[in-house]
Design a protein around this ligand. Structure first.
Ligand code: M6R
Length: 607
């Protein structure tokens, strides 16, 4: 999962390539590199680590050229170093790649046997050498590329330039997203529209198996059968300006603080405030007759799906299955005719979630996606999309995308319940009311930030942290543990509170902080028993509850945070905020790279 970009420009392209790479750095930051043409030759600059290292290198050793390709890497094959950094090149061709060439070892062995010398450990380098081999055989660049593509197995988005060819770039897509942007006598390629936003307002998305031949005059596209096709050109609504940190120290903190606003924005598009009803956009789905709902997603988005399962089953009385997309796609699940599949993804590009979508489509399911990036592949392949209005999420740790996903899923719960006759009018009004109040209550939760910052000192000193919850608080426990792990690098586990006694309770001692998430609801007393079991074994409990929960049980815990009292329906949305802030402040104390934590990338476009 990497970011790729390419430009055929009128003058030096390196500045624009770097700006586009900056917008793609969320896809990986293990290394970065650029190749251009100079005196008919391919020249490269590559640097290990973040894009800033490449920028420094280019300041010392600039790279002219009016055509070029660039790459920001999340390492799959080969350690993150300069030799493995893209672009990979021979003296005839340079290649940037996002994806995985699964048969690279076979191809590599054949190339080595034929006398080609490969320098890196990457799968990508075989593509450069394979095209070179066909060029050596006398084929023209397009022919050589087509011949090479036929031999590749796996997933790829490729950008390719050729020595001596100032007005030619070839792009190919199979399984990894790729957009072509149009300028005035200039052309662009990029992994997503965001990368191209400052350069081009008109974008074409390549489809599976497409190969595009790009010159400064435009693009011709051949499909997987080798037939010429015309792909539609869309105007992109994305802003050219990459949002800054607005005075916050990190994007993550800014995004946490944006939640009252973006939850409000998301609600405004679905809630009729005067009538206190929910109206979703016209969807080609009959909720009344849907026999079963299947939800697939990854990471934080999966936890949003887990909460939706509780809501859909309890409130809308519909049977729900939810799974991690990477497991789901190989389970060969039997799905009922006329079923509904819901895919949840911030980026809309997560490879496993996309594969799950395609499996559901093959099984005849209606596809509904909940997506933050409307131009994304998952959004484009869905029958219907419910957008989250979180705005660009730059921090690798998902925060506002999660709570807006939950907001959309909560509105969907109400619509489903109404369509299925599972909810009384009065209760429906109560739920809508609770949603309308949500942005204000989320803002109230942010007032606990200072206190959470103090508690983070305790977490930062720990080696292991446990998060416990029941019902809809259980996925929040999982999410709290994920947030803490990914940005503070402290080992953390989320558990269903009632499951503790079946094993994990052995971990409890006074060195393991236990965060118990339990608003005042029908399950609180049960969770309280589990909390007592922890306290009895010397565990230190941080109790995240609401005012009523604190009044009843707050004295038992080492620390208690009393969040605003809300309808239990929306409580998980509210309780997501303190676990985000705890993770954030712990990571600040640990001095980690919060917005770009080690080994991670924002969008995971490989399996
Ligand atoms: O873009 P997606 O929502 O599909 O991404 C899914 C996960 O990769 C993502 O939520 C990941 O777990 C986050 N880093 C969690 O903070």
């Amino acid at each position: 999962m990497c970011g790729i970009v390419g430009i055929i420009g009128k003058e030096g392209v390196v500045g624009h390539l770097l700006e586009a790479l900056r917008r793609l750095e969320y896809r990986g930051y293990d290394s970065a590199g650029i190749a251009t043409l100079n005196d008919n030759r391919i020249e490269r600059r590559r640097a290990e680590g973040k894009l800033s290292n490449l920028v420094k290198l280019l300041e010392k050793d600039p790279l002219p050229g009016s055509i070029g390709i660039g790459h920001t890497r999340w390492a799959t094959h080969g350690v993150p170093n300069e030799v493995n950094a893209h672009p990979h090149a021979t003296d005839k061709v340079a290649v940037v790649h996002n994806g995985i060439i699964e048969n690279f070892q076979v191809l590599r062995d054949e190339l080595v046997a034929a006398g080609y010398k490969l320098a890196s450990e990457t799968d990508t380098e075989v593509v450069a050498h394979l095209i070179t081999k066909f060029l050596d055989d006398g084929l023209l660049p397009e022919e050589a590329t087509t011949a090479a593509l036929k031999q590749l197995e796996g997933a790829f988005a490729l950008g390719i330039i050729f020595a001596g060819e100032y007005d030619l770039m070839i792009a190919a897509r199979q399984g990894s997203p790729l957009a072509v942007g149009f300028g005035d006598g200039e052309m662009f390629i990029g992994s997503d529209a965001m990368a191209l936003a400052p350069l081009s307002e008109n974008i074409t998305y390549l489809e599976e198996g497409d190969c595009a031949v790009i010159t400064s005059a435009g693009v011709t596209v051949k499909d997987v059968e080798g037939q010429y096709v015309v792909r539609s050109v869309q105007e992109t609504a994305l802003s050219g300006a990459l949002t800054g940190k607005a005075g916050y120290k990190h994007f993550m903190l800014k995004e946490i603080y944006e939640q009252p606003q973006v939850i409000g924005d998301t609600l405004h598009s679905f809630v009729n405030l005067s009538e206190k009803t929910i109206t979703l956009p016209e969807l080609p789905i009959d909720f009344n007759t849907v026999p079963k709902i299947t939800i697939a997603a990854c990471g934080t988005a999966y936890y949003a799906g887990l909460i939706a399962k509780y809501w859909f089953e309890k409130i809308a009385r519909v049977s729900v299955e939810v799974d991690i997309a990477s497991e789901f796609r190989y389970r060969e699940l039997v799905m009922p005719k006329g079923g509904l599949a819901i895919l949840i993804s911030q980026s809309g590009e997560t490879a496993d979630t996309l594969a799950a979508l395609r499996y559901c489509r093959e099984q005849g399911q209606k596809i509904l996606s909940i997506i933050n990036v409307p131009e994304s592949t998952i959004a484009r392949e869905s029958d219907a999309v419910l957008p989250t209005y979180a705005g660009p999420e730059i921090g690798v740790a998902s925060t506002k995308a999660f709570t807006t996903q939950l907001t959309v899923l909560a509105t969907l719960t109400i619509v489903l319940a109404r369509a299925r006759g599972a909810i009384e009018v009065e209760r429906e009004s109560e739920l809508v009311e609770a949603l309308i109040e949500l942005p204000a209550r989320v803002a109230d939760v942010l007032n606990h930030d200072e206190r959470l910052k103090e508690l983070a000192v305790e977490l930062a000193a720990a080696q292991d942290v446990l998060f416990l919850g029941r019902g809809t608080s259980y996925p929040i426990a999982l999410e709290g543990a994920l947030k803490l792990k990914e940005i503070s690098y402290i080992h953390a586990e989320g558990y269903a509170a009632g499951e503790m006694k079946h094993g994990p309770i052995a971990l409890i001692d006074d060195g393991v902080p236990v965060i118990v998430i339990a608003p005042f609801d029908s399950l609180m007393e049960k969770t309280f028993s589990n909390m007592q079991e922890v306290i009895a074994r010397g565990g230190r409990v941080i109790f995240l509850t609401d005012e009523e929960g604190a009044r009843r049980l707050g004295n038992y815990a080492t620390h208690t945070i009393a969040l605003p009292q809300v309808d239990p329906f929306v409580a998980p949305i509210l309780h997501a905020i303190p676990v985000q802030l705890l993770a954030y402040h712990t990571a600040v104390i640990k001095n980690t790279d919060i917005d770009q934590p080690r080994n991670l990338a924002k969008s995971v476009t490989v399996e």
